[in-house]
Design a protein around this ligand. Structure first.
Ligand SMILES: Nc1nc2c(ncn2[C@@H]2O[C@H](COP(=O)(O)OP(=O)(O)OP(=O)(O)O)[C@@H](O)[C@H]2O)c(=O)[nH]1
Ligand SMILES: [Mg+2]
Length: 176
């Protein structure tokens, strides 16, 4: 049933998936984050419902699971390291492979690590990931985020993103 579908959180290793989930769930920055070896399920309660997030590790051995779980996804949250310029083409390749299998799955992209000096601005991330090509029938959102202890401004973006994800997830469940 759609109600049991999860919000998939995918993206290359080190992009910040676990860090973002921790912040979304607890409004706090996690100090030492270990790479996710397999799956990381996080349940977040909003006023009227629960959201189930499923992160799948971004390291090579776990990427083969991404597509398998996509059919069970309510929406896709894709996280990139905005400062990892070298691997943006790889991230783009995986993203387009994933969404290619489902023309309507809503997409929320986090251009993470905006605190780093080398970070690309979201307009450059939009271009690097070819987000203009994700399809006209799909809802797509892009957030510039950072999960750091200093600077109180940006984490409010993560809270906005959480509200948006809650709305999208509710829409998708109600459609079922
Ligand atoms: N500077 C900076 N570092 C970050 C940010 N978000 C996460 N990190 C750090 O980046 C590293 C990787 O973060 P994770 O959250 O483990 O990344 P992940 O996408 O879950 O990685 P896998 O589980 O291996 O797929 C950790 O050392 C985090 O502390 C950010 O916004 N800015
Ligand atoms: Mg992780």
């Amino acid at each position: 049933q759609e109600k049991n579908k999860q919000i998939l959180v995918l993206g290359l290793d080190g992009a910040g998936k676990t860090s973002i989930l921790h912040f979304l769930a607890l409004n706090r920055v996690q100090r030492s984050v270990a790479p996710t070896q397999g799956f990381n399920a996080v349940c977040i309660s909003t006023e009227d419902r629960q959201m189930e997030f499923l992160e799948i590790g971004g390291s090579e051995p776990f990427r083969s699971y991404w597509e398998m779980y996509l059919s069970r996804g309510l929406l896709l949250v894709f996280v990139v390291d905005s400062a990892d310029h070298k691997r943006l083409p790889e991230a783009k390749k995986y993203l387009h492979q994933l969404i290619g299998t489902n023309p309507v799955l809503p997409l929320v992209v986090f251009a993470n690590k905006q605190d780093l000096e080398a970070a690309y601005h979201i307009t450059d991330i939009h271009e690097a990931l070819a987000l203009s090509e994700v399809g006209n029938d799909r809802k797509m959102f892009l957030f510039g985020t950072q999960v750091t202890e200093d600077g109180s401004e940006i984490p409010s973006i993560i809270q906005d993103a959480r509200d948006l994800i809650a709305h999208l997830a509710a829409d998708m469940s109600d459609q079922a």
